[in-house]
Write a protein that binds this ligand. Structure first.
Ligand code: VGL
Ligand code: ZN
Length: 197
């Protein structure tokens, strides 16, 4: 059984959004076109409470895109984005969300960020997605979405470590590419056995 995992195709990651990824909106129609080819379609939604600890605005004297040290390790400080219930947190209006079997939200704990759809940034707190996929007999995952070098890559690496067969479709993703983050993410995915196409 094969699932399409659509990562964070939300307004804030598209042009005009708070943490816009260049060309983020270009992947929406191609992703919609893929949905019919899978046994399951799962969407993730970055879903932060206002004042989330990953927001630079919460850290006195710090600017967006700087890195800070959290209890669980290094954390990039982001502009405020994907605040629960805001337009920015909504899916891109053209994404065919009605075709999703499951929408999994992440990043809702105030003190910890969650790039991966499987574990929060402490690499220990599960989101519950693994159990959902396994109980549906899904062993193969194809991942697309935003951003390739953060949430897509972290999700792909975790899924591969959990034993799923993982493919990332690069042309159905767009990257932030912050200080070489795309090269690092690509190397991490390759090392974990993710197939990058
Ligand atoms: C993401 C940074 C902060 C992502 C989410 O979806 O890649 N990046 N929150
Ligand atoms: Zn976020």
């Amino acid at each position: 059984m094969r699932a399409l995992l659509v990562i964070d195709v939300q307004n804030d990651f598209c042009p005009g959004g708070a943490l816009a990824v260049t060309g983020g909106d270009e992947i929406v129609a191609p992703i919609n076109a893929l949905m019919g080819d899978f046994d399951a379609v799962v969407l993730t939604q970055d879903w932060h409470p206002a004042g989330h600890s990953s927001f630079a605005s919460r850290h006195e004297g710090r600017a967006p895109f700087e890195v800070t040290e959290m209890a669980y390790g290094p954390q990039v400080l982001w502009p405020d984005h994907c605040v629960q219930g805001s337009d920015g947190a909504a899916f891109h209006p053209a994404l065919e969300t009605t075709r999703a079997d499951l929408i999994i939200r992440k990043g809702f704990r105030p003190a910890i960020d969650s790039y991966s759809a499987f574990f929060e940034n402490d690499h220990a707190t599960p989101t519950g997605l693994e159990g959902y996929l396994r109980s549906r007999g899904i062993d193969e995952l194809v991942m697309v979405g935003l951003a390739l070098d953060f949430c897509v890559a972290f999700s792909a690496v975790d899924a591969a470590k959990l034993g799923f067969d993982v493919t990332v479709l690069g042309d159905h993703c767009r990257a932030i590419d912050l200080d070489g983050s795309l090269a690092t993410a690509t190397a991490n995915m390759q090392k974990a056995g993710v197939s990058l196409r």
